[in-house]
Design a protein around this ligand. Sequence first.
Ligand SMILES: [Zn+2]
Length: 295
Amino acid sequence: MMIDRRAILAVSVWLWAIWLFSPASAADTDTPSEETAQSATFTYHREVLANYELISEEGISDEHHDKMLRYLRWVEKYAEEHLGFAATGKITVIFTKERTFRDYTGANAHINGLFDGRIHLPTFLPEEQETLFKSVLLHEYTHAAARELSAGACPKWVEEGFTEYAESTLGPRENPTLGRYVAARGELPYTWDAIDNIFDNILTAEPVKVELAYAQSYAAVAGLYANYSKRQLRTFLEKIGRLHDVEKALDGAFGISYVGLTRLALRHSAPATITPKKHPKKRGAATLVSQPPKR
Ligand SMILES: [Zn+2]
């Protein structure tokens, strides 16, 4: 079920602050080199690339490895073009066999990627579904880039709004539960602080609440992208990092308050799916589409 899948997926973002993977040589990240070493759980090959540190589990096929390199180049260009920003610092990507991924993260079968400051991806993805792989990589990459731009000061709803928006640029995103909620009540389910509370307690929160929290975060950021320039969205993240105050950042980047943001999110929530528009500010181009459950 979609709700369950979303809830389980949600775990991916916030629960891995304490993780079991601890590469023995994580400290010397400045060395431009390749090496093989042993982490707590597996043997890996480490490469320092221009914008990434890629840690690949030993035994991953050349085909998987090459595909990963190709998509890492793709994702930064894609993010720059579609989001208006990309990461400038080096991002660590940990690429393991699926079984290893599940062992060291504890992730169940519905979780296909994690971000805890580093991107974690299992190999089964490109093998089975390139589209899904791109989507998951883009989601996790957007976490990294948004966190970097905001100097780690993004509230979770902002970060997830960006990651969900990023994914929606690859294919339509469905918001049926939020659409129904808004259609029935004429208001959003949560205050912005309440969304972060849900993300903070994602393991124990009801799945439907988690789904709504993601959907509302997405609706807000999609609304911003539809009405303002990518440059302003980027400025928004930078201002969050400087001001540590979302409302001031909203005002500085867009000249709106939380009230304005809520209005935008409402417009992008109801009645059902709204596909992000290619041309910002043009109205009425919403498309209803169905999408198979992701991740
Ligand atoms: Zn996420």
